[in-house]
Every structure is written in structure tokens, then in C-alpha cells.
Design a protein around this ligand. Structure first.
Ligand code: NAD
Ligand code: DAU
Length: 354
């Protein structure tokens, strides 16, 4: 089987659903079920004999050792992380704990387990570390996209904690020979994303008739990738990637934030017209994120050249699917909008987006 961490989150949840749809190989999912983890995402596979869920923390070394000894996975796919930049600004401690200390605990547990394997199993074992483009810092408009050889220049506590975990993963390959693969991906969007991130926040706020908060001048640029394409890239790297290598994954789809918000408003005007008028009337420019990176762009030619991966979904088709998913799943949205969610929205946006 494969051992997934953070599988109750956005990308990990999509990864497990896709994995079990495409393969018979069982999955062990270890997730602490923080505010971002939602077992409902996996309700369709909850009774599947190929799926095992354990609620627990990647920082707990004894738990990790016990799970590895019991389930003897052939690979670990490590998604678990604190993932929201704005939360890392308010509370960086959780990010250092999970992203740095948790990744360290997982790498150490994996190394000890890997050393108990026979020669053939050691050779085929993989530790796949899922990371982000944010480790490379910020680009100017005229700069070339990030390549795997770019220096690490993280700017937020989130990015710094992910960069630290990437360095640990790299060192565990070079020093101990653990067969580590690292992927650095751009902004994902799609079903089951927690509505604190720009795209789902814009959709759920618009449907509730609430302000659509845009930081600063709205011209910060991100590269957007549909989550199913990211999951397919991870499967390709896990199957055929070269241990010790890092692979950039991107959508080749750079867009300023204001264009994203307007595109969502336009889709909602067609799919779910509001008697109060066009959704764009709700757009509200608010104070910028401190240290806000101006532009991310990914050079994903290495994964295309070596593994034949490229995105299948266009931004238009992916965004339409995403908006339709949120329209069709109000119960999932309502369940994640608990009291804790409202407390976060009030803290982050004050009255501006409520
Ligand atoms: P998410 O916040 O939606 O999910 C994170 C999951 O990890 C949750 O289920 C949470 O309960 C779990 N978790 C948190 N702390 C844990 C701990 N200590 N022990 C066990 N489980 C814990 O995140 P996501 O957006 O799905 O991102 C998944 C991974 O992909 C992260 O490593 C993130 O850095 C990376 N990534 C995300 C994006 C993106 O656009 N969302 C892009 C590139 C890379
Ligand atoms: O680039 C990959 C990263 O993408 C991942 O590593 C992170 O886990 C993921 O959260 C995401 O980080 P961003 O900070 O880019 O995503 P977010 O959705 O928070 O913001 C996208 C852009 O939109 C960013 O420039 C900030 C802006 N924004 C965001 C929010 C939540 C707004 O203008 N208003 C908002 O309310």
C-alpha cells in the first residue's frame, strides 16, 4: 500500500479519490483533522476495504513508527502541512511545528523503516515530498519563470517552513540515501478546497452576497493548476521520477488576482444569477497582505520532458467545473463553515468581507 499524510485536506483528498479510482492499491491516510481536514471529502471511500484512515499527528514519532511497521507501505506521499499564507502571518508557530518538525519526524521514521527493508524493497521505496512554488520567492514582471535550479528565497512564514522541509528532504536523500522525490507546485484550485483560499472564498462569499476581498491593487500574479492535474503529476513522479530530483509542476496559466475574481463573478452571473445585480458589485479592495509576493510563474519543462506530464484542464474548463462543484455541494461548504471558520474570517477581514 501507499501511506498518505494529510489526505483529508484539499489536495490529499483529491489525490486519494483519484488514486482509488485508478488503482487497486490500498491507501493508508494519516491526518490530524485540523480545521483544514474534512473526512466528509472521503465519504465515498470510507467503507472501501482499500482505504484505511488514522486520525493522528505527523509530529508523533511513535505513531509513525507503529503505522510503518504495521502497514509496511512501499511509498509515502507527504501532503500534511499548514498551508494558508495568511494564517502563517498571524500564527507562524503551527507552521514550524507541522511543516518543519512534522516533516523531520516523518523523514526519520521513514529512514528507520526503510533500513529494515530487503534490498529490492529498499530500491523501489519512495518518499514523495509535496511542496510549493512559494519557496522560490517573488518574480518581477519581466523575470523568467522559476526553474528547479532557482535559489530558495522564501518570503512568508509558510514559504520558509516549506523551504525548510524541502531542505530536510534533500538532505535525507544525500546523506542517508532515502529515495526522496520532491515536487514544487503552483496554486491549485478545484473541488473540496477550504474556503479560506482565493477561489473558493470568492465563490462562497459571492453566493452569500458578501464582499469579495481583493488584497492591494489586485495585480499580484499566480500560476493556476486544476487539482486533478496536480494529482496526476504526483502519480507520474511517484511512478517514474528519479530519486533525489525535484520537479516543478505548473499550469502555464499566469493570472492577476482581480482577473480570477472577475472570471468567477462572470461564471456565477451565468450559472446562478443574483436578483441583486452582477456579482462584480461585491468586489472590495482591502489592505494588502504583509510581504505579499508579486508574481509566481513556473517553468515545468523538466516534468514534461522527462515524464511526459502536462496539464489536461484549461483554466476556463477547470474554473467552470470548480464553480459547478461548489454550487452542487452546499452541504460540504456549510459543514466546513463552522464557528472556527467565522472566527478566522472576522479576524482576517474584520468587517471588510463580512
Ligand atoms: P490543506 O490545508 O487543505 O490540507 C492539509 C491537511 O493536512 C489537512 O487535512 C490537515 O488536517 C492535515 N494536517 C495538518 N497538520 C497536520 C499534522 N500535524 N499531522 C497530520 N495531518 C495534519 O492543504 P492543501 O492545500 O491540500 O496542501 C497539501 C500540500 O500541498 C501541502 O504540503 C501544501 O504545502 C502543498 N501545496 C499546496 C498548494 C495549493 O495551492 N493548495 C500548492 C502547492 C503545494
Ligand atoms: O503557490 C502555491 C501556494 O498557493 C500554496 O503553496 C499554498 O498552500 C496555497 O495556499 C496558495 O498560496 P497563495 O497565498 O497564493 O493562495 P491564496 O488563495 O491565499 O491567495 C491567492 C492570491 O490571492 C494571493 O496573491 C493573495 C490573494 N488574495 C487571497 C485571499 C485569501 C486576495 O486578494 N484576497 C483574499 O481574500
Amino acid at each position: 500500500m501507499i501511506f498518505v499524510t494529510g489526505g483529508a485536506g484539499f489536495i490529499g483528498g483529491n489525490f486519494i479519490l483519484d488514486w482509488l479510482a485508478e488503482s487497486d492499491e490500498p491507501v493508508l491516510n494519516l491526518d490530524a483533522l485540523t480545521y483544514a481536514g474534512n473526512p466528509e471529502t472521503l465519504s465515498t471511500v470510507a467503507d472501501d476495504p482499500r482505504y484505511v484512515f488514522v486520525q493522528g499527528d505527523i509530529c508523533e514519532r511513535e505513531l509513525l513508527d507503529g503505522l510503518l511497521a504495521k502497514y509496511r507501505p512501499r511509498a509515502i506521499v507527504h501532503f500534511a502541512a499548514e498551508s494558508h499564507v495568511d494564517r502563517s502571518i498571524h500564527g507562524p508557530g503551527d507552521f514550524v511545528r507541522t511543516n518543519v518538525e512534522g516533516s523531520f519526524a516523518l523523514l526519520e521514521a521513514a529512514r528507520v523503516y526503510w533500513n529494515t527493508l530487503g534490498e529490492a524493497e529498499r530500491a523501489s521505496f519512495r518518499f514523495h515530498h509535496v511542496s510549493t512554488d512559494e519557496v522560490y520567492g517573488s518574480l518581477q514582471a519581466e523575470d523568467a519563470p522559476f526553474a528547479e535550479t532557482n535559489p530558495y528565497l522564501p518570503n512568508s512564514p509558510y514559504a520558509a517552513s516549506k523551504a525548510a522541509s524541502d531542505h530536510l528532504a534533500r538532505a535525507w536523500f544525500h546523506t542517508y540515501g532515502l529515495p526522496v522525490l520532491t515536487t514544487n507546485c503552483s496554486n491549485n484550485y478545484g473541488p473540496y478546497q477550504f474556503p479560506e483560499k482565493l477561489i473558493p472564498l470568492t465563490i462562497v462569499n459571492a453566493l452569500a452576497g458578501e464582499a469579495l476581498p481583493v488584497y492591494g491593487d489586485g495585480l499580484n500574479v499566480r500560476d493556476w493548476l486544476y487539482v486533478g492535474d496536480h494529482c496526476r503529476a504526483i502519480r507520474a513522479v511517484l511512478a517514474h521520477g528519479r530519486p533525489g530530483e525535484t520537479y516543478n509542476i505548473g499550469g502555464g496559466c499566469e493570472k492577476p488576482n482581480i482577473d480570477i475574481v472577475r472570471a468567477i463573478c462572470g461564471l456565477l452571473d451565468r450559472l446562478c444569477p443574483d436578483a441583486g445585480g452582477r456579482y462584480e458589485r461585491l468586489i472590495t479592495f482591502i489592505a494588502d497582505r504583509p510581504g505579499h509576493d508579486r508574481r509566481y510563474a513556473m517553468d515545468a519543462r523538466k516534468i514534461e520532458r522527462e515524464l511526459g506530464w502536462r496539464p489536461a484542464e484549461s483554466f476556463e474548463s477547470g474554473l467552470r467545473k470548480t464553480v459547478q462543484w461548489y454550487l452542487a455541494n452546499p452541504k460540504w461548504v456549510a459543514n466546513v463553515q463552522s464557528g472556527a471558520y467565522r472566527a478566522w474570517i472576522d479576524r482576517q477581514y474584520g468587517g471588510a468581507a463580512a
